[in-house]
Ligand binder design. Structure first.
Ligand SMILES: *[C@@H]1O[C@H](CO)[C@@H](O)[C@H](O)[C@H]1NC(C)=O
Ligand SMILES: *[C@@H]1O[C@H](CO)[C@@H](O)[C@H](O)[C@H]1NC(C)=O
Length: 388
């Protein structure tokens, strides 16, 4: 039932008749048609065929898929965060550590935003991945290795860090991520936004690393990865969800980093997502039932695999150590409390979580590395047989 509802939601199809055909025949027979109709409605200014083979449509910022969501009928578009200084195109400084950072970005004209085109396979893969977040552990095994800010100091309004980007080896049915998150509520009223990089052959039909996000306002009954359903409002003209990262870090070799943050706009209460120091868009406050404040914010990694299949590596595949550069990390870890300023959390505000044995993944947090590392999380490991 949930799956069917989700589809109706995603495809913005109003016909109940479709439901009786079942998910697969609906997808096979109607998806191409639905997609064409959607495209006509969105009338992309141009469509960009990326090097990786997927298509990015440049659509009018006011006609983007987000506004198909019933909760966003009367939504007032916010073009940039209200509290931030204005960042003009010429004002972006590239620091040395970011110079080899490469997202497959595009360039849409003014008032036009990039939207990665959704294919039938994306939807099938995206739904199974999303449902994996809640479904009983019958077919998938998940492991999470992360830190969160302690509950008793909540509410929180932002989380950020600069993560190193890797390309952990995965096979179909597996995924491996580095991400930040904000969450509130329990049980069915769990509201959550997650963003970072991940590898998910199920979702992209390849084993490359991609920028991703997902959200839910009802403990994963609805919501989705990237823009597989309407909700996320894209505002940047170059960076978009689902973008492939063209180059990743190698052990002992180059280091590719991704600065990423989620923070709540004090005026509108929308949750902004910043990738590579650009505000790429936001999750409107009205999407959520319970995210007026963040009860939990955190950073770390997650892997998933099928039962009976060893877990993939997390991060670089190497454990935390004193050298810092061998493992996957978040440096300059920061959070926002009610003061609405990002600051590095001291160790006593940090809770570590690792549900895998030490021979699979490990985690370490230090609040005293010298600049430019600062407050830093190291996490990950080779994976393997992690289910005790
Ligand atoms: C930012 O831009 C807006 C509109 O262009 C302007 O009203 C505002 O004063 C600017 N803020 C700063 C800090 O420059
Ligand atoms: C927020 O954090 C700052 C710095 O860690 C601290 O000085 C301040 O008391 C905190 N404010 C609130 C409202 O918790």
């Amino acid at each position: 039932m949930n799956i069917t509802l989700f589809f109706v939601f995603c495809l913005v199809t109003s016909s109940i008749g479709h439901m009786v055909h079942g998910m697969h025949s609906m997808l096979k027979e109607d998806f191409e048609l639905e997609r064409k109709l959607m495209l006509i409605k969105k009338s992309p200014m141009k469509s960009i065929h990326t090097k990786s083979g997927y298509i990015v449509d440049c659509v009018n910022i006011k006609k983007q898929p987000a506004f198909d969501h019933p909760l966003l009928k009367n939504h007032k578009l916010q073009r940039k965060p209200s509290s931030e200084r204005n960042i003009s195109e010429t004002d972006v400084h590239i620091s040395p550590t970011k110079s080899n950072f490469e997202i497959e970005k595009v360039s849409c004209p003014k008032e036009i935003v990039p939207i990665r085109r959704v294919t039938k396979d994306d939807l099938i893969g995206g739904i199974s991945l999303f449902n994996g977040q809640i479904l009983a552990q019958t077919s998938s095994r998940r492991h999470s290795t992360h830190i969160s800010l302690i509950k008793y100091d909540a509410p929180y309004f932002g989380v950020s860090g600069t993560t190193s980007v890797y390309n952990p080896k995965t096979i179909k049915g597996q995924s491996s991520s580095s991400h930040i998150y904000v969450e509130n509520g329990q049980g069915d009223s769990t509201n959550k936004i997650v963003a970072g990089w991940h590898v998910s052959p199920e979702l992209y039909n390849n084993d490359a690393t991609h920028i991703y996000s997902y959200w839910t306002h009802d403990n994963f009954k609805t919501g989705c990865y990237n823009i597989l359903c309407s909700g996320f409002v894209q505002t940047d003209r170059s960076y978009y969800l689902g973008a492939r990262v063209a180059q990743t870090s190698t052990y002992g070799g180059i280091m590719v980093e991704l600065p990423i943050s989620l923070f709540q706009d004090e005026k509108t209460k929308n949750w902004w997502l910043t990738v590579a120091n650009k505000n790429i868009g936001y999750f409107p406050a009205s999407l959520f039932t319970n995210l007026a404040t963040g009860g939990l914010v955190g950073l770390g990694g997650q892997t998933a695999t099928h039962v009976g299949v060893p877990s993939p590596s997390m991060g670089s595949g190497h454990f935390p150590d004193d050298d810092f550069v061998h493992t996957c990390y978040f440096r300059n870890v920061a959070y926002q409390n009610a003061s609405r300023h990002f600051s590095g959390p001291p160790e006593y505000l940090i809770e570590k979580f690792n549900d895998a044995p030490k021979n699979c993944y490990q985690i370490r947090y230090n609040d005293d590395f010298p600049s430019p590392i600062g407050h830093a999380l190291q996490f990950g490991g080779p994976g393997g047989n992690c289910d005790n």
